[in-house]
Design a protein around this ligand. Structure first.
Ligand SMILES: CC(=O)N[C@H]1[C@@H](OP(=O)(O)OP(=O)(O)OC[C@H]2O[C@@H](n3ccc(=O)[nH]c3=O)[C@H](O)[C@@H]2O)O[C@H](CO)[C@@H](O)[C@@H]1O[C@H](C)C(=O)N[C@@H](C)C(=O)N[C@H](CCC(=O)O)C(=O)O
Ligand SMILES: Nc1ncnc2c1ncn2[C@@H]1O[C@H](COP(=O)(O)OP(=O)(O)OP(=O)(O)O)[C@@H](O)[C@H]1O
Ligand SMILES: N[C@H](CCC[C@H](N)C(=O)O)C(=O)O
Ligand SMILES: [Mg+2]
Length: 509
């Protein structure tokens, strides 16, 4: 492909020269001979600072979002109006527009994206479709796993995955669309067929500033990301922001469906929730069907309703849903039990907002009550270099939902772990709860487990599937489920159970 073909359709303000192009990069450190380097300004640095580095590494063409950069001799050059939009167009051109040939479902919302995409992907695969799945835990093309540096990748990686998926026979893609990706236009030009909104609760205000601007980012998915709007919008009517999302979806999408626990186009009736699964009648515009889901808790009923609605829109028949729902693959680290035969329950969960902590502690409370007693012990921390406003709220939610809280660290990143803890304490102090502070997460897990008695539920919140802890000193291996298991073994519980097998690979809990 030559440079003109590569930049075709991108908003180019001026250009000069031509070259044969063998690859595209937006990170100078990964440039190879024959590549086009797209230099764009970011929040932490400016890609234009690395143009000469990219040329040294063999870049033959530069696309820059800076009109003041002087073209380097012998290098094809273009000035674009918007860095990421240009990157999207170049990536689509380079990989020959794979997104246009896939039916893509995008899921956005503060919580539930990963779970909903896993369920939808399972339903599509169970119906014989070959899929690509993109999200927080990992990316998949059918059974092939690709590591996920971001929940929603940059347009270059996104187009590459879509191209590989198409080449491998995929017809569908299911992806989480983070608010960061929407705000930064990482998904510019992606034509979504179906768009799902799960919920909007406080998070990421460090990046978005206000809830309104966070909402506006998420709403973009329903307006169309520089392309046709989605054919179908699916909205959680139980969420406080539902009406605002409905307004946008009604304006832009051909069809809009709602889902909700007790009412909506898709809803649940006769729900029976136990600690091993959930039985309910799935009510849809096409009729109703009794289902049993291995996922537990009310939020997972909502995730299931969202996924069922999307699956039906993607042509999966209601009759086959009941069967396929029994086979769904659960995402790792979401309400995942860790068991070594101990007389109390240990749960690893990815709750890292006040809303999610409230839900997960409520679920644990329901279980201990159903089982005739027991306490809820919650361990959590708050991420460093992330929304500080959620810290006291998470403290309050954990305190209100638990009998004992162990406050610790969760990826302090560049921050002082104690300073993060200090931000959480005012929220915890608003509750009468007993709490223990231990910044070392391994020791903290030891404390939580040592305090557990017969019938208690211990929730290890915030890190879910993560395999590392990021601190000022570096990135260290850390896996809550593994550490919990080691702690239980050290305490003398050594039974090999389904839960402990799960830790060694299978995603089916
Ligand atoms: C806030 C945010 O999302 N930032 C992402 C964004 O940064 P940015 O646009 O500000 O770019 P920058 O880091 O200033 O760099 C500018 C340009 O210089 C380039 N560069 C930089 C250094 C160099 O040596 N050479 C070089 O060419 C970079 O590749 C980039 O093109 O683009 C960068 C390149 O892809 C990402 O690394 C960076 O992710 C940061 C590290 C991050 O932590 N992002 C998280 C918050 C995120 O995106 N999370 C969401 C999920 C959140 C959720 O829903 O829970 C996600 O989708 O994963
Ligand atoms: N529909 C939901 N509503 C509220 N909370 C939920 C919902 N589904 C899951 N949760 C809670 O949120 C946590 C994260 O769930 P999940 O990973 O599915 O969300 P996500 O939107 O992908 O999060 P992230 O933005 O971090 O990738 C779960 O561990 C659970 O505690
Ligand atoms: N996608 C979320 C994950 C948070 C998980 C938690 N473990 C943390 O590090 O804060 C974020 O980047 O904000
Ligand atoms: Mg996710």
């Amino acid at each position: 492909m030559d440079f003109f073909q590569l930049i075709d359709g991108a908003e180019i303000l001026s250009c000069s020269g031509n070259a044969g192009i063998h690859g595209v990069e937006y990170d100078s450190r990964r440039v190879k001979p024959g590549f086009c380097f797209l230099a764009m300004r970011g929040d932490s640095t400016d890609g234009n600072r690395y143009i000469d580095k990219a040329i040294e590494l063999g870049a033959v063409a530069i696309v820059t979002d800076s009109a003041t950069e002087i073209p380097r001799p012998g290098v094809a050059w273009a000035i674009c109006a918007h860095g990421r939009r240009a990157l999207s167009r170049l990536s689509a051109n380079f990989y020959k527009h794979p997104a246009e040939k896939l039916a893509i479902t995008g899921v956005t919302g503060t919580n539930g994206k990963t779970t909903t995409t896993y369920i939808l992907d399972s339903l599509l695969r169970h119906a014989g479709r070959k899929t690509a799945m993109i999200g927080t835990v990992e990316y998949h093309i059918a059974d092939r796993v690709i590591p996920a540096p971001h929940t929603t990748p940059e347009p270059l990686e996104l187009n590459q995955i879509f191209r590989e998926a198409l080449n491998e026979g995929a017809t569908e893609a299911v992806m989480e669309v983070s608010s960061h990706a929407l705000a930064q236009e990482r998904v510019f030009g992606i034509p979504y067929d179906v768009a799902v909104f799960t919920n909007l609760t406080r998070d990421h205000l460090d990046f978005h500033g206000t809830m309104e601007s966070y909402f506006q980012s998420k709403a973009t998915l329903f307006k169309g990301c520089g392309t046709e709007p989605p054919r179908v919008g699916i909205i959680n009517r139980d969420d406080e922001w539902a009406e605002k999302f409905m307004k946008v979806a009604n304006k832009h999408c051909d069809k809009v469906y709602t889902y909700g626990f007790a009412a909506g186009d898709f809803h649940a009736e006769n729900a029976e929730m136990t600690s091993t699964g959930t039985r309910f009648d799935l009510v849809t515009p096409e009729g109703r069907v009794p289902i049993f889901s291995p996922l537990i808790g009310k939020v997972n009923v909502l995730n299931l309703l969202a996924a069922a609605a999307a699956a039906m829109e993607r042509g999966i028949h209601l009759d086959s849903l009941a069967e396929s729902i029994t086979h769904i693959v659960r995402p790792p680290g979401r309400f995942e039990r860790v068991s070594a035969g101990q007389p109390f329950t240990v749960i690893v969960d990815y709750a890292h907002t006040d809303d999610a902590l409230r839900n997960v502690t409520k679920l644990a409370r329901d279980f201990v009550q159903q089982a005739g007693g027991g306490r809820v012990i919650t361990l959590f921390g708050c991420g460093g270099d992330r929304d500080k406003t959620k810290r006291p709220l998470m403290g309050k939610a954990a305190g209100e939902g638990s009998d004992l809280v162990v406050l610790t660290s969760d990826n302090p990143r560049s921050e002082d772990p104690q300073a993060i803890i200090n931000d959480v304490l005012p929220g915890l102090a608003q509750t009468p709860i007993k709490f223990i502070v231990e910044p070392d997460r391994r020791k903290a897990i030891g404390i939580a487990v040592a305090n557990a008695r017969l019938g208690d539920v211990v929730i290890l919140a915030g890190k879910g599937h993560e395999k590392t802890q990021t601190t000022r000193e570096g990135v260290f291996p850390f896996d809550d489920a593994q550490v919990a298991l080691e702690t239980l073994h050290a305490a003398g519980y050594t039974a090999e159970t389904e839960g402990s097998h799960h830790l060694h690979g299978s995603h089916i809990g």
